[in-house]
Ligand binder design. Structure first.
Ligand code: HEM
Ligand SMILES: CC(C)=CCC/C(C)=C/CC/C(C)=C/COP(=O)(O)OP(=O)(O)O
Length: 473
């Protein structure tokens, strides 16, 4: 093992990173299969260890397949953990990485003992949550080793840049721009500009979050009015907060190439009209939410205020943690969906909100990397600007790992089944892979790949929640 220095030869290290990523993923799949074993009470089909007797009734045989799946996966993943330790010791991994892997391997051996005791003595004999808790700690250890190794291998010591809050470029006013001469064309252009202010590209995923919240609460009994009113109110609320965000950021939007053509930055839409539009959308949204219940409306208002005021005005220009804390706004639709059905806030909704909260930095930091110079021009203290790209890439891995643990907790709390387990494992693997590749290919294309993988991951997880909760109950 070697002492730490930046950077190590990248080529020799790709295979070690791939091994660590595969090991982390293996432990994650094991956590998901383990959760499935508990949820389906599959352990009751096998009280011997390490092998099982074949039971006679068909139900127990399905359970037996799950138990065997868990045990075989444990053997394979154990081999991966061992291989990682050996590769760290004989290779040039840093001491910190090697020690963390060694500790994870030690805990893995303890975990095998806990598993054997659970099987032979019964789950009641073991402290509740011990097996899952140890699994999460092992997962955390392997992910830390992966993130640190990637940092040492591919990172740079000090790659933050200066915030450059220069004066805004004078906007091309509506008079100066060539607007279409035909009235109809002008109306179309203006109509489209209002539509764009509502940030429509975000809506599908936020609606899926709210839909998953509803599905977890209601199951197949979910009624059409609740669905239409919740998603309708949600779309209007996103439109309202997006519009206020456009108003409040019109000056900085002019300085950033990604946002310079926004309708308020180019004066296509006057500020007053945008404020009226945002106000009308807010009132309409609250009106629609109120046809369900007051809690849903209050949460909708909280989401609008949080995104427009707390995030846009207070957090975004002032703290590097803007994205992390801002994640509360995106997590609120999970609570709105649940509250629309139950008129209260329940633990499954909080678990779903937790997944969205943890996912948000892993989602946005990719864009922050791709638009780093733009954000610096806008004067925003985004992570890659003030802490550097190396730190940002590491945080993507941390938050991605946190999200994966969140998905296990969600399965645990809500009894989600096989479709969900398959979706989180497959799309989690793709997301983790793109995040690892992002360390080696430090390009905009790699950042966008990881960004799209983040959206595909959350989309797939939420669709799986819908299928599991609405169809397979
Ligand atoms: C602080 C929190 C967040 C920040 C800073 C953020 C930032 C961004 C930015 C800058 C874009 C690009 C928008 C554009 O160019 O028009 C984007 C796209 C997107 N975001 Fe986020 N986001 C956050 C949270 C969320 C949440 C909670 C969701 C949904 C659950 C979400 C879903 C999406 C989707 C679906 C896209 C569009 C992807 C596409 O066009 O392919 N975002 N986000
Ligand atoms: C139900 C409801 C109202 C939910 C609101 C939650 C919401 C819209 C969350 C998304 C947050 C988001 C996309 C921020 C965009 O970043 P940005 O504003 O920094 O992006 P920009 O630089 O493109 O303006």
């Amino acid at each position: 093992m070697a002492t730490e220095s930046f950077p190590r030869p990248i080529r020799t290290h790709r295979r070690f990173s791939a091994l660590l990523a595969a090991t982390a993923l293996g432990v994650y799949v094991l956590l998901i299969v383990g959760a499935t074993t508990t949820i389906t009470n599959a352990g009751s089909a096998c009280s011997t260890w390490p092998t099982c007797h074949v039971p006679t009734d068909p139900l127990s045989q399905t359970q037996l397949v799950i138990v065997w799946g868990h045990r075989l996966a444990a053997v394979l993943v154990g081999a991966l953990v061992l291989a990682s330790v050996v590769a760290a010791v004989v290779g040039d991994a840093s001491r910190r990485v090697g020690a963390t892997l060694l500790a994870s391997a030690g805990l893995y051996a303890v975990q095998v003992g806990v598993g054997a005791a659970t099987a032979t003595l019964g789950p009641a004999a073991i402290t509740p949550g011990l097996h899952l808790g140890l699994g999460v700690v092992i997962f955390g250890g392997v992910v830390l080793a992966l993130a640190w190794d990637l940092e040492i291998t591919t990172g740079e010591e000090d790659d933050a840049i200066e915030l450059d809050a220069g004066e805004p470029e004078p906007a091309a006013t509506a008079d100066e721009r060539t607007l279409p001469s035909s009235g109809l064309e002008r109306a179309k252009l203006t109509g489209f500009a209002y539509f764009k202010m509502m940030k429509p590209r975000l809506m599908w995923l936020l609606c899926l979050v709210a839909a998953a919240g509803m599905a977890l609460a209601a199951g197949p009994a979910l009624d059409a009015h609740t669905i239409v009113a919740t998603l309708g109110g949600g779309v209007l609320a996103i439109g309202a907060s997006g519009t206020f965000n456009h108003v409040l950021e019109r000056d900085v939007d002019r300085k950033m190439s990604r946002t310079a053509d926004r309708p308020l930055a180019t004066d296509l839409i006057p500020v007053r009209n945008a404020m009226v539009f945002g106000g009308l959308l807010t009132v309409a949204s609250l009106g629609v939410f109120l046809t369900i219940n007051r809690l849903a409306a209050a949460l909708g208002l909280a989401a609008i205020l949080f995104y427009s005021v707390v995030y846009t005005l207070l957090l975004k220009p002032n703290t590097v943690q803007n994205t992390v804390i801002g994640g509360f706004a995106g997590a609120l639709p999970a609570l709105i969906g649940w509250a629309a059905v139950t008129n209260e806030i329940g633990l499954p909704a909080l678990a779903l909100a937790g997944v969205i909260f943890l996912w948000t930095p892993a989602h946005f930091y990719n864009l922050a990397l791709a638009y780093k110079d733009d954000y610096a021009r806008g004067g925003f203290p985004m992570m890659p600007v003030v802490r550097g790209e190396t730190e940002t890439r590491k945080h993507i891995v941390y938050y991605l790992a946190g999200t994966l643990v969140g998905t296990v907790a969600l399965a645990w709390i809500t009894d989600l089944g096989a479709i969900y387990a398959a979706a989180v494992a497959i799309f989690g693997a793709v997301f983790l892979w793109t995040a690892v590749v992002l360390h080696f290919e430090q390009t905009e294309a790699a950042a966008f790949r990881s960004f799209h993988a983040s959206n595909a991951f959350l989309g797939a997880v939420l669709v799986a929640v819908l299928v599991d909760a609405l169809v397979l109950v």
